[in-house]
Write a protein that binds this ligand. Sequence first.
Ligand code: GCU
Length: 413
Amino acid sequence: MNTLLKLAATAALSVIALSSYAQPSNPYELPDPLKMEDGRIVKNKRQWINERRPELMEMLRSQMFGREPAADAAPDIHYTLLEESKDAFGGLATRRQVKISFDKDENYYLVLLMYIPNKHNGPVPAFLGPNFKGNHATTDDPEVLMPTKEKLATFAPGYKVEPRDANGHRWEYEYILSHGYAVATFCYNDVDPDFHDGFHNGIHGLIDGDKPRNGESWGSISAWAWSLSRCLDYLETVKEIDAKKVAVIGHSRLGKTSLWAGATDQRFALVISNDSGCSGAAIARRKFGETVAAINKSFPHWFCDNYKAYGGREEMMPWDQHELIAMIAPRPVYVASASEDSWADPVGEYFSLVGAASVYNLFGYDGITDRNVPGIEHPVVVGRMGHHIRKGEHNVRLYDWENYVAFADRFLK
Ligand code: GCU
């Protein structure tokens, strides 16, 4: 047994004993990411890439997120420029709003809002992430298009459109742009409205039609992750953006999504999970805050049906969430938490980095291995792993972006 992976609750708690999130969990033992199903131990990166990684991907697909369709499952995908201006934010950026249609008749589409810094020498790196409340709610920029009535009618019953800028604090566009990054976002409801309708709406309906579902059929998180890849396909066509330097980012359920997008699509150069919690970065076996049973009960459409069998039986899971982080290796990964966000288990989020470090080591990179959880607002970067716990609530704030930009500066500039 790899002693690094023997996680007893007491280990982490000395440093943060007074924090609200630092409650002990039961002792538990994590699966060793380097141990193959047949018992062999992975010795080098070639074995990881060719044997162990595919084995783990298969597990995560069949047991957790479901099997996403092929990249070309929507063969009529096409792009339409809806609006463009070089004068966004007083001339800081070019704004472009592009409709990415998944079918010929444009019944299924997302609208990608993009800002590209006007000052640049050659193609720029970018952040790409979905948003919760609509593009118009990410900024006070009055030119950002509102969702159409037809689009809103596909969202959850009773859905009320959010005011402009409702979530503007989560998208520090001017900060990001002034540091030389483009940024692109779309509303996740555009792709797959976030309610359980039996998988008829959104791109499940388009791609699967009446095909019967089974335990491994893809859920909504998989659908949102798949659409992030389709946005990256589009970014590959944008000459001002360096598509080999795109960081995928998401908050909360969309942080679970960014991790899965980073795992399934190795074109993403860097992956950021903000407060992703249960079924994102947090170790399931800790059963602290939200549990597998709780998440599947409240959100039965997020994962594949097979995942439901692990509710209350986390120790039977043949994997744990550190192995989702390991799927991102050797690319840089950042896991962030917030001190008051005990539902997302900040300690468990930290320990998934520790649990994945041995895989980064295979590639010659150090990882985070300190078993004392860092204090609040003491960001840590080791090798290609980054981490911080922001003071405050479940959210995305300027503090988070400052750390993401600094982390990206090391790898994408
Ligand atoms: C709920 C849910 C979490 C999720 C969060 C969010 O709290 O239980 O798993 O991360 O919503 O997406 O904001």
